[in-house]
Write a protein that binds this ligand. Structure first.
Ligand code: OAD
Length: 230
């Protein structure tokens, strides 16, 4: 069975990473247009670097939860038949044991040199304008896909959705494209579709099935069910 799982901020919420659009979400108090666009970075690089430096530092204070770990168990069993796509820029899937994660919106723990195009693993800060270890130029930015930029891995994702038997969206409001359209690709390819979310999202009607509750309960239960199938 070929499975595509898409995760959003809701899967990391119980680890203590704020979601974007819930009442205490991350955009509260920040205008996304001031911190998450290439134009914002050009206008005020210090503010944008500070915003992501803070979030990168906060990662050290959180741990993966039972939902991340359950998806790692699923990978152990399905191997290449699972594509785990995340919109999250945290590294909790990896720390929960997943080995192959497609970060379509980039990663906090990566820096991208806009001078030589190199990518570097990054756990420190970027606000102090460190030099790229490849070319020496001080042109590193967070390797995060901002509004108006092209998400990573779209060809691979579309191919996997087309071939999938099952598409599951976990902890995402389904408001941000192109991820919000994945359910339609999966459906067009004949896949079963399932939403697992704290509450029914605005797009829940696009899924054939849905379950509501916290990810740390829903995801392990769903993985156990799937693995118990003959
Ligand atoms: P949102 O904040 O839009 O949605 C989070 C979803 O998780 C909501 O539907 C919540 O109901 C649900 N949720 C909250 N707590 C949960 C829990 N404990 N268990 C299960 N579900 C829970 O976050 P995303 O959909 O991930 O992009 O947002 C998509 C993109 O918008 C982000 O990747 C980000 C932002 O713009 C970039 O930064 C490029």
């Amino acid at each position: 069975m070929k499975v595509v799982v898409l995760t959003g901020a809701g899967i990391s919420a119980e680890s203590g990473v704020p979601t974007f659009r819930d009442a205490d979400g991350l955009w509260e108090g920040y205008d996304p247009m001031q911190v998450a666009t290439p134009e914002a970075f050009e206008a005020d690089p210090a503010l944008v670097q500070w915003f992501y430096d803070e979030r990168r530092a906060a990662l050290a204070r959180v741990e993966p939860n039972a939902a991340h770990r359950a998806l790692a168990r699923l990978e152990e069993s399905l191997g290449d038949d699972l594509l785990l796509v995340t919109q999250n820029v945290d590294d909790l899937h990896e720390r929960g044991g997943s080995r192959r994660v497609l970060h379509m919106h980039g990663r906090l723990r990566a820096a991208w040199c806009t001078a030589c195009d190199a990518r570097h693993e990054w756990t420190g800060t970027l606000g102090d304008a460190p030099a790229c270890s490849g070319c020496g130029v001080r042109a590193l930015r967070p390797d995060i896909v901002w509004f108006g930029e092209m998400p990573y891995g779209m060809d691979d994702i579309h191919q996997a959705l087309w071939e999938a038997d099952l598409f599951v969206a976990i902890g995402t409001s389904g408001l941000v494209y192109p991820a919000a359209a994945f359910v339609h690709y999966a459906e067009a390819g004949g896949a079963e579709t399932l939403e697992l979310n704290l509450e029914a999202s605005d797009g829940v009607g696009d899924f054939r099935r849905s379950r509501q509750g916290p990810a740390t309960e829903l995801v392990p239960a769903w993985v156990e069910e799937l693995l118990a199938q003959p």
